[in-house]
Design a protein around this ligand. Structure first.
Ligand SMILES: [Zn+2]
Length: 504
């Protein structure tokens, strides 16, 4: 069903969530702007992620440059291994990423297959150019990093970072001192990452510049225990095991976190803990549990640094299962490579011995869950189409309207709007068109509550609050309005119980 995607994107452009970048110059694929409402919502997702990882897990946050000198990315393996297999049309010259083309034309994942096998696959499946139907040429490697020069001339090569993680590994010595040698400890970084995609044609799902949120959890390989594991042990997971994918079997394995480790499906407690943690984060955004699964990457699909990786995937109508986060066991790969290339000793002294830390990395994109949240919140109810966003996530929390544009109602409503803003509520004042149209406009962008000033307000100082999801209304006093709004937004109180029901 392509229609829902198109309706959501139309809404997103028209109401200021997201739109293609550089539009007046014809646009460049792989780049999107966040508009006034989208920027608020994206920041709320980032802030929620911080609540999970920085507040909840107690991880440190750093902020390092996005331009990275070549030697760092040579050590990390990205100069040699951050490549996409590419193929060109013999007729029109259009370039394609082989794995994307294979998925689009055959539905199969061929990530990590050797070039000869990919060429064989293209022949066997009679894959052709998407633009002109022409024949495809040889498969070759394309390094997906954006290259630049640091300073004038070409003496010092730099790249836009392909991941935020390297900034954390580089700072490891200072960070472990900050952690006072205690293991495990975690460090996060949130910021832009870059991947020079060959021919992105999936809109917001495949960007060349995107926002990442990554956590690196450093631990002693002889102690792979998570201190809060017992809190996560019972969380249910749906796993698509690598061995089932290799047999072309779509079967999912349902298992709780604790059993996933005991049965050896997930390699250690830390990995399994962060699968459960990622699921909880996605639920918090409003993604339904039935649309979440974890796919184990097969050995060919894994990045060069990883021993085991699970992709958290969310089901979408337009793009099928979309990877939102990867939870990777990076072992001591990065620290040992940086120790070797920089000649710094990156071992630490912990628990009476020298330790070269291992790393588990939960790594998220922010743009994809942003889109998935919009798609899953979109409710087309006959003529009424609206976003059933989680209350905390809606960019505008409260709409404030005068019932009519006369008799002092607009002035009073503006007072209410200003007073709520001064108390930290993200409100929007609207007096254009009929009250019904204003409710519809607020519903469309997911505003959970609308406050209306009417004749009775001027007599007794009460207003109505309308609930987006049920269209039910209650009447409350202006004096109590901020407290009541707070309690319903935080879901501490039932909407129906906070005031006198209004009969329509
Ligand atoms: Zn072609």
């Amino acid at each position: 069903m392509k229609q829902k995607h198109e309706e959501v994107m139309e809404l997103a452009r028209r109401r200021g969530f997201i739109w293609p970048s550089f539009e007046i110059y014809g646009g460049v694929s792989g780049f999107y702007d966040f508009g006034p409402l989208g920027a608020i919502m994206k920041n709320k997702i980032i802030q929620k992620w911080r609540e999970f990882y920085v507040v909840g897990e107690g991880f440190f946050e750093i902020d390092s440059p996005t331009i990275t000198p070549e030697e760092v990315l040579r050590a990390s393996g990205h100069v040699d291994h951050f490549v996409d297999a590419m193929v060109e049309c013999q007729k029109c010259g259009e370039a394609f990423k082989v794995t994307d083309l294979a998925r689009e034309q055959t539905g199969k994942y061929i990530e990590g297959a050797p070039k000869e096998e990919m060429e064989e696959f293209i022949k066997k499946n009679k894959m052709r150019c998407l633009e002109c139907g022409g024949e495809l040429g040889k498969v070759f490697d394309f390094n997906a990093m954006f290259r630049t020069a640091i300073g004038p001339g070409n003496k010092r090569v730099g790249y836009l970072r392909p991941e935020t993680a390297q900034g954390i590994f580089i700072d490891f010595k200072r960070l472990q001192r900050h952690a006072r040698g205690k293991l495990p400890f975690g460090v996060v970084q949130i910021g832009k990452g870059y991947r020079n995609e060959i021919s992105p044609r999936q809109g917001i799902i495949r960007l060349r510049e995107f926002t990442m949120a990554e956590a690196e959890v450093f631990f002693d390989p002889e102690d792979q225990h998570h201190p809060k594991f017992s809190e996560m042990a019972g969380e249910q997971l749906r796993l698509w095991l690598a061995k089932d994918q290799e047999k072309d079997d779509k079967k999912l394995t349902e298992v709780i976190v604790e059993q996933a480790v005991k049965r050896g499906l997930v390699c250690n407690e830390l990995m399994a803990y962060y699968l459960g943690f990622t699921k909880r984060f996605l639920l918090e955004l409003g993604i339904p549990g039935a649309a979440i699964r974890f796919r184990e990457q097969t050995s060919g699909q894994r990045a060069h640094y990883s021993k085991e990786t699970w992709d958290a995937e969310v089901l979408t109508e337009r793009f099928g299962w979309v990877e939102i986060a990867g939870i990777a066991y990076r072992t001591d790969y990065d620290l040992s490579r940086h120790a070797k290339f920089s000649k710094e000793d990156l071992t630490i002294f912990s628990g009476g011995k020298k330790v070269l830390c291992h790393v588990v990395e939960p790594s998220y994109g922010i743009d994809r869950p942003f889109y998935c949240t919009l798609e899953h919140s979109y409710v087309p109810e006959g003529k009424r189409k609206y976003l059933r966003l989680k209350k905390w996530l809606a960019p505008i929390t409260v709409g404030v309207f005068p019932l009519l544009n006369r008799d002092g109602m607009p002035e009073k409503a503006l007072d209410v709007h200003k007073s709520l803003r001064s108390k930290g509520f993200m409100t929007e004042y609207d007096d254009a068109g009929s009250i019904g149209r204003r409710y519809a406009r607020a519903d469309e962008i997911g505003t959970p509550y609308c406050v209306t000033v009417d004749h009775q307000t001027l007599e007794d100082g009460t207003v109505t609050i309308r609930n987006r999801d049920t269209a039910a209304q209650v009447r409350v006093t202006l004096a109590e309005l901020p407290r009541i709004l707070h309690s319903v937004i935080c879901e501490e109180a039932q909407f129906e119980s906070v005031g006198k029901p209004v009969k329509e």
